[in-house]
Design a binder for this molecule. Structure first.
Ligand SMILES: Nc1ncnc2c1ncn2[C@@H]1O[C@H](COP(=O)(O)OP(=O)(O)OP(=O)(O)O)[C@@H](O)[C@H]1O
Length: 210
């Protein structure tokens, strides 16, 4: 079985007009950076990979993740995690409850709580279980959003300008956290960015579209 994410002759059209063509393989643990002008179809490409293309868009080709053809699977069965800029936490839930939304099904209530407490430790937020998200700093929110996504145990990560709302120091920190996770869990990553330095820092190939 080939591990990683294969985009096999993907062609996305909008109202019949070609928008994005891509044919590539992202090995496990590697980051493919996607760059291109506004409107080129970068977010649309990620939507195609999560199975959330809007009305009017069509796609041909196949998406293969760790040997599984996920092209026609519903979003929740794909095991593809996505992180957006300013990813929002549920404001009426505590930090711990927000994380429990990411958690895969299974386990007792206590086991699930233990996993969340460990996850909070992992992102340097021990003791934050009952905190109100409104009282978190931007970087703390970003870490919770990232961990919520990781708890769903995705097999691939998609990042849509995920770091651009953060100040430079924090951006560096969160980015390092994401890339380290991706490497240790052997996840292929597709990262949309406008920042050439960010694409360079990712260390993988850079694909320009549009
Ligand atoms: N939900 C939608 N319904 C209809 N058209 C859309 C929708 N989302 C995006 N589009 C259109 O599809 C094209 C590609 O948009 P997309 O958001 O993928 O571009 P992008 O490269 O991510 O741009 P940006 O860098 O500005 O975020 C644009 O012409 C956009 O107007």
């Amino acid at each position: 079985m080939t591990t990683g994410l294969t985009l096999n002759s993907l062609a996305i059209s909008r109202h019949g007009a070609p928008l994005v063509q891509i044919d590539t393989h992202v090995p496990a643990g590697e980051v493919l950076s996607i760059m291109g002008p506004s409107g080129a179809g970068k977010s649309t490409l990620l939507a195609a990979l999560t199975g959330t293309l809007a009305d009017g868009f069509t796609m041909t080709g196949r998406v293969i993740l760790n040997g599984r053809d996920i092209t026609d699977l519903p979003t929740e069965q794909r095991r593809v995690g996505i992180l957006f800029q300013d990813d929002l936490l549920f404001p009426h839930l505590s930090v711990g409850e927000n994380l429990s939304f990411g958690l895969c099904a299974g386990g007792t209530r206590l086991q699930r709580k233990a996993r969340i407490i460990k996850a909070l430790n992992d992102i340097g937020l021990a003791g934050f279980f009952d905190r109100d998200p409104a009282n978190l700093s931007g970087g703390q929110k970003a870490r919770v959003a990232l961990m919520r996504m990781l708890l769903s145990e995705p097999e691939a990560l998609l990042l849509d300008e995920a770091f651009s709302g953060l100040d430079p120091e924090l951006r560096e920190q969160i980015r390092a956290l994401v890339f380290t996770r991706a490497r240790t869990r052997n996840l292929p990553v597709v990262m949309v960015t406008h920042d050439p330095a960010e694409a360079e820092a990712a260390g993988g190939p850079i694909l320009k579209i549009g």
